[in-house]
Design a protein around this ligand. Structure first.
Ligand SMILES: Cc1cc2nc3c(=O)[nH]c(=O)nc-3n(C[C@H](O)[C@H](O)[C@H](O)COP(=O)(O)OP(=O)(O)OC[C@H]3O[C@@H](n4cnc5c(N)ncnc54)[C@H](O)[C@@H]3O)c2cc1C
Length: 394
């Protein structure tokens, strides 16, 4: 039984509310502190949510809430030039796609319903530690105290540098993210997600329930742009740039041409987190993108974030001293998240292949997808389950 009775959760994005609910289920009082002034319900495009993430959320009663706002995709295929190649798909529950805003809304509302207090306009600027506890200092001059502090503060995490000033920053993948919805005449099969390697850039698309086609684009861009910097350029201007980039691609060109500026969103630079040497120090620990953003290419970012939050709560429930709980959490999570990030790095590399490799891809990819190694890798990623009912073992 845990001797830890209270936690400060920094960041109310995806991992934050989930971690707080899981902690409450573990008997630990958790409060969430978010830098934004309000919940960010309408920010972001669509993201992939994997069966392992849904199963993790079932442990805290939130799996069906996410299933309710997301779309299952039973079939995956890759398009390179005129070639369409079937990809292995999950044997059990399929991958889902969900608008980041909807995902955030249901997880946030679930946390509130479960009694978690969420405070806004609370940007963490510093931490004071004693042998008995930790105090978080916020930019509005207020502070809060608890036994431990958990950094769910995303890819630009402040808690990461408070734990270790020499901690690495997230790497920029060299691509900007965009998303949109279009009505097009090219038929797109139901329940199917297509990963398309266009002439100049990668994109993906799938049909939505309302008869439109949702799409995402990864635009190679030398200079990193934050979300705010990307949004300083108007949607009309970005659509013109993307129209040029995807001009030779089908249905890429049609998707861009039929997307209204109001149905378009810029996400900014896409990141991948290199291995972080120190996941925790004393009474501070990291969860989610703050410690293991595996890049959008894996479709696992949000799922791994919620898995980690729930696994950390299980470890804190089952060990009565903080160092053992944090060390067990890291030993359970690090191998899995670093392996998935390696796969993400390889896929990112393929998205920026030159013309020679692009010509070879239609030959290489079918062989790769037939290999049992690729199928086993995806199956291991997606069939992973957290043993919430069982005791955490180091
Ligand atoms: C506004 C926004 C839009 C996004 N859009 C997309 C998208 O379209 N597609 C996609 O694949 N992924 C998107 N993501 C990233 C995606 O949500 C994460 O990769 C993933 O879900 C992991 O979640 P997380 O909780 O670890 O990190 P995040 O979801 O990034 O949440 C981190 C939270 O911490 C808060 N925070 C940061 N610093 C501090 C601080 N010092 N004090 C207090 N709070 C702090 C942030 O405001 C944020 O709410 C977006 C993230 C954000 C914040």
């Amino acid at each position: 039984m845990s001797a830890i009775s209270s936690a400060l959760v920094i960041g109310g994005g995806i991992a934050g509310p989930v971690t707080a609910v899981a902690l409450r289920k573990a008997g630990i009082d958790a409060r969430v502190y978010e830098a934004y002034p309000t919940p960010a319900h309408n920010i972001g495009s669509e993201l992939g949510f994997a069966p392992n993430g849904l199963a993790a959320l079932d442990n805290i009663g939130a799996g069906d809430l996410v299933r309710g706002v997301s779309l299952p995709l039973t079939h995956m295929r890759m398009s390179i030039g005129d070639k369409m190649i079937d990809m292995p798909s999950s044997a059990g529950e399929p991958m889902h796609v969900v608008a980041r805003g909807d995902l955030h809304r249901v997880l946030h509302d679930h946390a509130i319903a479960e009694g978690v207090a969420v405070e806004y306009s609370k940007r963490l600027i510093g931490v004071d530690e004693t042998v008995h506890g930790v105090t978080a200092r916020f930019s509005d001059g207020t502070s809060a105290c608890a036994d431990i502090l958990i950094g769910c503060d995303g890819v630009k995490s402040s808690v990461r540098t408070i734990i270790d000033p020499a901690a690495p920053d997230a790497d920029y993948t060299g691509m900007l993210g965009f998303g949109g919805y279009a009505t097009i005449s090219t038929p797109v099969p139901a329940g199917t997600q297509t990963f398309a390697f266009g002439h100049k850039a990668y994109y993906l698309y799938w049909p939505t329930r309302d008869g439109r086609v949702a799409w995402g684009a990864n635009l190679p861009h030398a200079r990193h742009l934050t979300l705010a910097q990307a949004r300083a350029t108007s949607n009309e201007e970005w659509l013109a740039i993307l129209s040029d980039t995807y001009a030779a691609d089908r249905p890429g060109a049609e998707l861009i041409a039929n997307t209204a500026p109001d149905d378009f969103v810029a996400v900014g630079g896409l990141h991948i987190m290199p291995p972080v040497p120190h996941w925790s120090r004393d009474r501070l620990v990291l969860v989610g993108d703050a410690v293991h953003a595996p890049s959008n290419s894996t479709g696992q970012g949000a799922s791994l974030a919620v898995e980690s939050g729930i696994e950390l709560a299980r470890c804190l429930r089952d060990f009565d001293d903080v160092p053992t709980a944090f060390a067990t959490y890291e030993s359970l999570r690090r191998p899995r998240v670093e392996e998935i990030a390696k796969r993400g790095a390889k896929t990112n590399h393929a998205k920026t292949f030159g013309p020679v490799m692009r010509r070879l891809m239609p030959l290489i990819m079918p062989m790769m997808f037939r290999s049992t190694k690729v199928r086993d890798t995806l199956s291991a990623e997606q069939s992973y389950r957290i043993d919430w009912a069982g005791t955490a073992v180091r």
